[in-house]
Design a protein around this ligand. Structure first.
Ligand code: GTP
Ligand code: MG
Length: 331
């Protein structure tokens, strides 16, 4: 969580150094304290001596020990939740998409990942009284699938002023993995300047998978992905905002158990994302959803619909089909 550090709070550290830290996404004392000096050097380009010094000073400033569960609860009170468009989805997400953590939407093509992103970009910017965060949305689009017309359609279907909604969404197209890395590094500045409350990366792994091909490149690829995820997590904590990532599945037919489709990005992705949400195509315009691998959310299977208004609850009697379709999800 942590306060965004002000220039000069670290005694004896030059403001240019603080600026370098900010640029690298190290915007809280906590994030500086927990980042190894060698990584601070890599991220900021500052010398090792300076990195050692800021790391040590930051560790002195933050309480490195335990906090009581009461304090933890107090910290989590600042956490907010944004509604998704589907009450059922909100319910299994514990009330909506959380701030301070990364939520990952996993699924094969046309499973509805981007449709959830569109809907969130409209709903999460709504005022807090309406179940939103009352802030701007920042979208990093790596696939060129974020089409403003769809935002307009969702906004108008829900009776909102489409121009106002569009004005609160900042979109950056990432053309390759290095570009994506750079855009994520710039997030602290963008989030501060524009009061961003949700960052969407659609999709997180695509470029990396496309560019790092072959076994020999795996370690480097995973390291780069870990760097981006680390920066995203720091931004989520420092600005108390939601990070939502999409991730495709890859088929691993040799897997010994369960669903042969595994999320891409491996352990690095699995560890960084607090809530992993698995989407499956259902009958007609419905999608089956299950939270997997969350520290406290139940692994219940629910169904949403994709309509003109984006993500909604399914209307009508769906129990009849429920058993048949939900049995498809075996993770
Ligand atoms: P990839 O990006 O290819 O991995 O897939 P995705 O999971 O992001 O899929 P996406 O969210 O783009 O979902 C596409 C599906 O949404 C398609 O099957 C469309 O039929 C459906 N869809 C898109 N727009 C509309 C709409 O206006 N109305 C309805 N009913 N469905 C829509
Ligand atoms: Mg998509």
């Amino acid at each position: 969580m942590g306060e965004v550090i002000e220039f000069g709070i670290l005694d004896g550290v030059a403001s240019t150094t603080i600026k370098k830290l900010h640029k690298a996404g190290l915007v809280t004392l906590e994030s500086i304290a927990v980042t190894p000096p060698r990584e601070i050097v890599e991220l900021t380009g500052m010398g090792m001596e300076t990195a050692l010094k800021v790391n040590a000073l930051a560790r002195l400033e933050v309480d490195p020990g335990f906090v009581s569960a009461t304090e933890l609860l107090e910290m989590r009170k600042h956490m907010m939740r944004a509604r998704t468009g589907s009450k059922e989805l909100d319910r299994i997400m514990g009330g909506g998409i959380e701030t301070g953590v990364i939520t990952e939407l996993i699924g094969e093509f046309a499973s509805g990942k981007t449709q959830i992103c569109y809907t969130l970009s409209v709903l999460a910017q709504r005022p807090v009284e309406e179940g939103g965060f009352g802030g701007r949305i920042c979208v990093i689009d790596t696939e060129g699938t974020f089409i403003p017309e769809r935002v307009v359609q969702i906004a108008e279907s829900r009776g909102y002023d489409a121009q106002e909604i569009l004005g609160n969404i900042l979109v950056a197209r990432a053309y390759n993995s290095e570009h994506q890395i750079m855009l994520v590094k710039n997030l602290p500045q963008v989030c501060q300047e524009h009061d961003v409350k949700m960052v969407i990366v659609d999709s997180m792994i695509g470029h990396f998978r496309g560019e790092y091909i072959g076994r020999g490149t795996l370690a480097e690829r995973q390291q780069k992905i870990a760097g981006v995820l680390g920066n995203l997590l720091r931004v989520a904590e420092a600005f108390n905002l939601s990070v939502v990532l999409t991730n495709q599945v890859q088929s691993k037919p040799d897997s010994a158990y369960g669903d042969p489709n595994k999320p891409t990005g491996g352990h690095v992705m699995a560890h960084a994302c607090t809530h992993r949400v698995y989407l499956r195509k259902g009958r007609q315009n419905t999608r089956l959803i299950q939270v997997i691998d969350s520290p406290y959310l139940p692994e219940e299977k629910i169904r949403i619909a994709i309509t003109e208004a984006g993500v909604t609850d399914e209307e009508g009697e769906w129990d009849i089909y429920d058993k048949e379709d939900t049995d498809e999800i075996e993770i």
